[in-house]
Every structure is written in C-alpha cells, then in structure tokens.
Design a protein around this ligand. Structure first.
Ligand SMILES: Nc1ncnc2c1ncn2[C@@H]1O[C@H](COP(=O)(O)OP(=O)(O)O)[C@@H](O)[C@H]1O
Ligand SMILES: [Mg+2]
Length: 711
C-alpha cells in the first residue's frame, strides 16, 4: 500500500464539525445502517429454510421451533415465503427512509460547507482574488462542497459493508470454517488493489480534473469578455482555444476511464474466481454431507452480498480518494489566511472627521519592488486632494491603502490620527466611498444598485441620491424607471449612465472620506461635465481623493500630490506646482497641447464654409489664429499663446452654429470675432457662456482675475 493513498484521509475528521448541527439525523442514519446490516444478514435464510426444511428433509432448526412450535409443511412453506417477503419489504421501506434522511443530511452539509467557502472567499484579501482566476474559484465553490458531502455520507455505507462482512463471516465460520476461510482469500487482493488504485489512478484523476477546470475557466472568461471578443472578432480564436483545451481534457478523461474500468475488470475477475471457488468446494461439502444445500445458498448469497460491497469498497475508496484530493483543494481555500485581518484589539471606526495622513509609507506588491516609496502627507478633514502622475505611478495603489485593500509594509496610514491597522476593517470601509474608473453594477434593478450604498435606504432617499448624481432624469426616461432590471454589469446602459448610478450609490453611502479613481476617464467629454458636476457636489464636506487624468478637472484641489514611480515628487496647489516647473508643469503643458489639438481638429472637421472662411482646414485655422490675436490684444498680452489658442478654438467652436451660411447673424459674429475684443460683443459673450466659463477658469489658472480676462 502506497503512503500517498492514505495521505489525505486525515482530512476527513475536519469534516465532522459539519455533522454536528444535524446530530439527530446522523443518529437516525446510523441506526438505519445498523438495521440494514441485520436485514442483510437475515435475508438469505428464508430461502435456505425453504430449500432445506420445506423442500428437503432437514428438521426445523431449534431456534425456529422455539418460536413457532411444531407445524406442518404447508404452514412452514407459507411462513418461509412470508418472512422472505417481510424482509424484502422492510428493506425497501428502510431504503426510502434512509434516502430521505441522507438527502437531507447531504443537502444541509453541502450548503453549510459552501457557505463557509463563500464567506471565506469574501474575507480573503483583494490581492488573493487578483492572483487567482475567477473561474477556478467558481468551480471550487460549485463542486467541492458536493464532494465534501459525498465523502461524509460515503463513510457509513463503507462501515456498513465492513460490519456486514464481519457478521456474515462469523455466521459462515459456524456453518463451514474451511469454506469461510476460502471466501476470504479475495480480501487481501482487494486490499492491494485499493493501494494500486490510489497510486496509479488517483494522480491521473487529479490531472484530468485540473484539465477540466482549465476548460471551464476558458468558458467563464470568454463569457465575461464577450464584448472584447466580439469587438476584435476573435470568436474563432477563443473557440479554438476552448476546443483544444477541451479535447485535451476529453482525451485524458477517456484514458482515465479506460484505466478505471480495466481496474474494475481485474477486481471483478478476482471476485468471480472467489465465487467459483466457494461454489465448487461448497458443492463438494454438500455431497459429503458437511453442508446443506440451503446453507450453500446462504454462503453464495453472503458472498454476493459481501463481494459487491467489496468491489464497491475498492472503487468507492478510490472515488473517496479522488474526492479527498478535491477536498484538499477546498481546505486549501479555507486555510488561505486572509492577508488583512482585524487585529485582536481592533476598534470600530465611528464616523471620523476625515483627516487622512500617510507617514513614511512603503508598499510593494508580491514579487515587485518599490510600488510606493516613503509617502508622507497629511490632509485636513474636508480637503480635496488630487493625485496625479503617469500611468503605473502608483496612484491607485496609494488610495487602496486608505481602505486597507493592501497594507503598508512599513510606515502607517492614519485616519483621524488612528492607524488603520487598529480599526475593524468593515467599519473602516463603511467610512470610505469609492467611485472607480469602470462603473461596476450588479444584475438587479437600478434602485437596488443605488441602494447598495446603504442597504436600508428608502425609496425617497434613493431618488434623492440619484438626483444629486444627475442620474434621476435618465432613469426616469427608462421605460421601467428605477425598476429597470440591469443585466450583468449593467451592459444596457452607457458607461456615463452607469457611472452616474455609482455616484448615486456613493451619495447614499454618505461617508466622510471619498475616493474617486479616474471616475471619468472612460467617459466622453460631454457626459464628463455632467458627472464632474455631480462629483463636485459629492465631494463637498468630505475629504476627497481624486485621481484625475484630466488636469483641468482638479485645478481647484486644496492639495495636489504628484506621484512618479512610487514616490511623491511634488506637492502643492495648482499655481504653486505650475510655478515649480516640475513634473506637474510638464503634464499640464502636454495636456493643454493635447486638449488644444483635440479641440482644433474637432473644429476643423465641423466648421461650415461661410464668407471669409474657405471651409477647409486652412480657413478655419486662419480664423482661429485671428481670434487668438484679438484675444491677445484684449487680454493685454498677459496670457500665454498656448492658452490663447485654446480659448480661441473654444470660442470659434461654440459660435460655430451661428456662422452657418444661412444664419442672418453670421457676418456680424464673424466681424465681432475678428475685432479687437470679441468678448465685448454681447451676442458672443451672452450666448456662449460655456466657453466663457472655461475661458474664465483658464484665465484664473494663469493668474488673471476674471474681470481682467474679459472686461
Ligand atoms: N495587483 C497587483 N499586483 C502586482 N502589481 C501590481 C498590482 N496592481 C498594480 N501593480 C503594479 O503597481 C504599479 C502601480 O500601479 P497602480 O497603482 O495601479 O498605478 P496607477 O494607478 O498610478 O496607474 C504598477 O507598476 C503596476 O504594474
Ligand atoms: Mg490607477
């Protein structure tokens, strides 16, 4: 017997606690098993009695005569037939009850085990889930509890077989010791075959199971990534990937099954040989008068009754091995320690003021180095902090330390002066709202999704939150309003709409600390305004961390932190940082240029030909240049050329509809645009307030008071 075969068995006692709540059912099930043993042992005797005493000439055995007294042959015949019937009927009845009891046990144990896995998976840190394929976790949760239940319920039948075996052996040895011993010759073979099974077949089972899991993960991932697959027209590629993997798994499974059946062939042959041996020698003993025909029948039925369980023992031990291997997977999941747990003396965080400080924080992901290095800063309650920096600088990681998705390796993160490691995680996360780059929604109604922010919120509060998030109008326009059922991920809404639902969720949660991780980066610039407006409102009275890819959205931050390669390279207000001529200035200038080009090109594409504009790129560029010159004159040369170009493009763009050929005012507006101070024209200044707001912001950025900018 190989050691590997038994290595997993110590796992079984770990399952016993799952039986505890169902002690009553377990006792009933065990009693039924014991009853089954008794019936199993009794069952062949009516037949033996029939053959020996009713048909043959053997006297009625003493035991029976004691019970029923002397009777004639006909009565005995009826009694034998009836007792046979009673035994079979009670066995069948018992099977029904047993099935019911076991099914109940099985279902509840499986549910309890699955609940444990579910809860544990939820407790595991975000980093655990980042490093494990979701498909694997899904199938673990799906299958493993079934195995665990199957294993536990597989034990009583095994014990029942063994007890039956012993009971029958005791009776058999009284009937005919030699024959009984002969029948036992098969047992060592069985024992060894289990060992072989465990050594040769179980490892293959593990391998095949692994392959099948991989196939399932491909399916799972593909279904989750359907949009990307469709967008890249990679259906055939994905299908081929799935198919190849599936074929490998299928071939391996076929190979395994062939081995398994070959194995049972060998075992069956052995038991057949055993049966033949007993039949032959038994018949000889009958001829010599050592045994009656009825007793031989009892022997044969015992052998059948024992060999069948023996055969199934070998395969059920085998399959239990297999289930144990899987169970080990489940325990590995259960044993995976959440990296981040509550300290024993952790305290609840009541609604904090919202002061956040980083004190010499270092952090790196497993296998990486220097993700965050020596980060220190302090934020007052209610301040608005912007975090900027190139992609991969560590911005997301930095804010994830606040809600303790990850933990500082050295240094500490403090909320209201308390180290977050001293806080109960759940209470901490309750105080931090997050709006992420990709809005993530659950399937369920829109109202449910908003209510996720605070589960006990009533309908009015949900609607209020939606209004604050600028989401109410579009929700009302949906045919089912707040009751609209969202598919997985909310796919039937636009990204902007989804994001507004997430913002509403954050409104409802109403926590004093707010994290906005590039909340508008996947949203078009028109919707962005609507969302930024809601976010501005959301961040009032809250300590807000906003990671922004568009610097124009953060220039009013109280503090801007510039992160580069895990380090805090600059900090200050927008004006201070622009003055520093450092990384922020670079990012800013690049972005202004990008914005400008973006707007100019949009402008060039869109403009309609009118007098004075040739209707081509050159013409519109010329017009913008002209406007820019006029603005420069109006702003007395205090504004950079870049900003002026930006403003000019904006202005031209926003008056574009009025420049159309058939518009009566086209000429007048064109003249105003080209004049010394286009903003002096009330029809421009009045009608295009959007552009003016941006222009004013721009002027403020550049240290120019609003009045001077377009007085
Ligand atoms: N779960 C993770 N495991 C390992 N490395 C990660 C993980 N998440 C991010 N990183 C790495 O950490 C660095 C910082 O990432 P991140 O904070 O997401 O940057 P940013 O948000 O500034 O774009 C990057 O180099 C990134 O590759
Ligand atoms: Mg990020």
């Amino acid at each position: 017997m190989t050691k590997g075969a038994w290595a997993y068995w110590p796992l079984i006692p770990r399952l016993f606690p799952y039986l505890k709540p169902y002690r009553g059912l377990v006792v009933v099930s065990l009693l039924l098993s014991a009853f089954a043993v008794v019936i199993g042992v009794l069952e062949p005797w009516p037949l033996a009695f029939m053959v020996d005493t009713v048909l043959g000439n053997h006297p009625v055995p003493d035991v029976i005569r004691h019970v029923i007294g002397p009777r004639d042959r006909a009565t005995l015949l009826v009694l034998a037939a009836l007792s046979g019937l009673v035994l079979v009927a009670s066995r069948n009845l018992m099977t029904v009850v047993h099935e019911y009891v076991n099914t109940r046990l099985h279902q509840w144990i499986v549910l309890d085990f699955r609940s444990d896995l579910f809860q544990h998976a939820e407790r595991l840190s975000v980093s655990y889930h980042d490093s494990k394929p979701t498909g694997q976790l899904m199938s673990q949760m799906n299958w493993l509890p079934d195995y665990a239940g199957g294993l536990l319920l597989g034990i009583p039948p095994l014990v029942q077989s063994l007890v039956t075996l012993v009971a029958m052996f005791v009776i058999a040895i009284n009937l005919d010791p030699i024959l009984a011993l002969l029948a036992l010759t098969v047992v060592p073979v069985m024992y060894y075959s289990v060992g072989i099974y465990a050594a040769r077949i179980v490892p293959r089972i593990q391998k095949v199971r692994g392959l099948e899991w991989q196939t399932l993960s491909i399916v799972f991932e593909a279904m989750a990534m359907m949009r990307v697959i469709a967008a890249f027209a990679r259906e055939r590629y994905e299908f081929r990937r799935f198919r190849t993997q599936g074929e490998t798994a299928a071939k391996a499974r076929v190979g395994l099954t062939v081995r398994q059946t070959l194995f049972s062939l060998v075992v069956n042959t052995w038991t057949a040989a055993g049966t033949a041996l007993v039949l032959g020698v038994g018949a000889l003993h009958v001829l010599h008068g050592q045994l009656t025909v009825g007793e031989l029948l009892v022997f044969l039925s015992y052998i059948a009754a024992v060999y069948t369980p023996l055969e199934t023992i070998s395969s059920s031990i085998g399959s239990m091995q297999q289930q144990l291997v899987n169970l080990q997977g489940a325990f590995m999941l259960l044993d995976a320690e959440p990296e981040i747990v509550d300290a024993p003396d952790a305290v609840n965080l009541e609604r904090p003021q919202g002061a956040v400080a980083f004190d010499h924080v270092y952090f790196h992901y497993k296998g990486r180095s220097g993700t965050l290095r020596d980060i220190s800063f302090a934020v007052q309650p209610g301040q608005r902090v912007a975090i900027v920096g190139p992609t991969g600088a560590g911005k997301t990681t930095l804010v994830s330390l606040i809600k303790r998705f990850h933990e500082a390796k050295t240094g500490s993160v403090l909320i209201d002066g308390i180290d977050v490691r001293k806080l109960k995680i759940a209470s901490l996360r309750e105080q931090v709202s997050v709006v992420l780059q990709t809005p993530e929604l659950f399937s369920g109604s829109i109202a449910d999704n908003i209510r996720y922010g605070r589960l006990d919120a009533n309908e009015a509060e949900v609607i209020d939150a939606a209004k604050s998030a600028n989401a109410h109008d579009f929700i009302e326009r949906l045919p089912n309003g707040y009751k609209t059922e969202l598919g997985e991920g909310g796919a039937q809404l636009s990204v902007g709409e989804r994001q507004r639902i997430c913002v509403a969720r954050a409104f409802l949660k109403d926590s004093p600390i707010l994290i906005l991780d590039e909340p508008t980066s996947s949203i078009d610039s028109k919707t962005e305004t609507v969302i930024l407006d809601a976010l501005d409102r959301l961040s009032l009275q809250r300590t807000t961390f906003v990671i922004a890819h568009r610097l124009s959205t953060i220039r009013h931050a109280d503090l801007i932190l510039v992160v580069d390669q895990g380090q805090l390279v600059e900090r200050g207000t927008h004006e201070e940082l622009l003055g520093n001529n450092g990384l922020y200035r670079q990012l800013h200038d690049v972005q202004m240029g990008v914005d400008l080009i973006e707007r100019l090109s949009r402008r060039v594409i869109a403009i309609d030909p009118v007098d004075g504009i040739e209707g081509d790129a050159d013409g519109s560029r010329a017009l913008i240049a002209q406007v820019q010159r006029s603005l420069a004159a109006a702003l007395k040369g205090t504004v950079s050329q870049e900003a002026l170009a930006h403003a000019a493009a904006l202005l031209v763009q926003s008056v574009e509809p009025m420049l159309a050929k058939d518009s009566p005012n086209a000429r007048k507006i064109l003249r105003a645009l080209r004049s010394k101070n286009p903003l002096a024209d009330p029809s421009i200044a009045g009608a295009f307030s959007d552009a003016l707001v941006e222009l004013r912001d721009l002027a403020e950025d550049l240290g120019l008071g609003a009045k001077e900018a377009y007085a």
